[in-house]
Design a protein around this ligand. Structure first.
Ligand SMILES: [Zn+2]
Ligand SMILES: [Zn+2]
Length: 283
């Protein structure tokens, strides 16, 4: 069983380093494949998405790496596609014409009708707290409900082949600072979301990116959620959400064990066209 990671950022969005540095690390770690999934552009200012004017450079950069390293590593061209309520991102970036091998559906922003504005839930502790207090009157249930409603909309409307960090909303919740994952409303939101995931037949990520950056103690999704995924027969893959080259397979061993603890015996790896079922062998 060799590692494969489809969730990789680099200099085109908020990752650190040339894409080639990620390729070199993946080869040195004896990985079988690496997919680039830079953040899709969005029609408002932020610090971490790719600029629309950079799309062509990104595509040709990955395509030339594919050629240069064709006999050393399988390289795939992808994108982490933001779902943003009321904005057609696919239309905005001409998505249907992009020569992508795959894409990952993700929610980082929630829409606030009161202000007709968007707030990012993938930020630091202070920003998260600020949104909770100022936009949701300190009502955490309302805030995570909004997040999961948006996630379900993303699953339904995009039907993406891969789904990113399902419970990203827990990013700043270490020590249950904002909510408990066993509270009734949270469990209800998770269940409704997993039913949508199952119906879409998408492959769900076990994502170690929150751990890599020191936010969470376990991957997305939490173990109890992954156990529910197993019961429902949801397919899984392992992703690093790497933002720097040495993290292209960050803590995959823990992620494989996370899957095993949840009862999984198989996971899925992408071969450029399809997701292939692989046994989770002990490492
Ligand atoms: Zn993401
Ligand atoms: Zn990402």
């Amino acid at each position: 069983m060799t590692d494969s990671n489809l969730h990789t950022h680099g200099k085109y969005s908020d990752g650190l380093g040339e894409l080639e540095e990620f390729v070199k690390k993946a080869i040195s770690y004896k990985m079988s494949s690496l997919g680039f999934s830079t953040h899709s552009p969005v029609p408002f200012l932020n610090e971490w998405s790719m600029k629309k004017s950079n799309i062509q450079n990104y595509l040709s950069d990955v395509q030339s790496l594919k050629k240069k390293y064709y006999n050393k590593l399988n390289i795939y061209l992808g994108m982490e596609l933001d779902y943003i309520e009321n904005i057609d991102i696919k239309e905005y970036i001409g998505f249907d014409k992009l020569p992508l091998d795959y894409y990952i559906g993700a929610v980082h922003y929630i829409y606030l009708s009161k202000e007709d504005d968007y707030k990012c839930v993938d930020d630091d502790y202070m920003t998260f707290k600020d949104i909770l207090i100022n936009e949701f009157n300190n009502d955490m249930v309302a805030m995570y409900t909004k997040y999961f409603e948006t996630y379900r909309e993303m699953v339904k409307k995009y039907k993406p082949p891969i789904l990113a960090h399902l419970d990203l909303i827990k990013k700043n919740n270490r020590g249950n600072r904002f909510f408990r994952e066993d509270e009734v409303e949270y469990v209800k939101q998770i269940h409704e979301t997993l039913i949508e995931v199952k119906q879409s037949d998408a492959v769900l990520e076990i994502n170690t990116g929150g751990m890599a950056r020191g936010y969470t103690n376990e991957p997305y999704p939490s173990l109890w959620i992954l156990k529910e995924c197993k019961k429902l027969g949801i397919k899984i893959t392992i992703s690093a959400d790497a933002h720097q080259p040495d993290m292209v397979n960050y803590n995959f061993k823990l992620a494989y064990n996370h899957a095993k603890k949840a009862g999984y015996e198989y996971f899925y790896q992408f071969n450029g066209q399809n997701f292939i079922k692989k046994p989770l062998t002990v490492r």
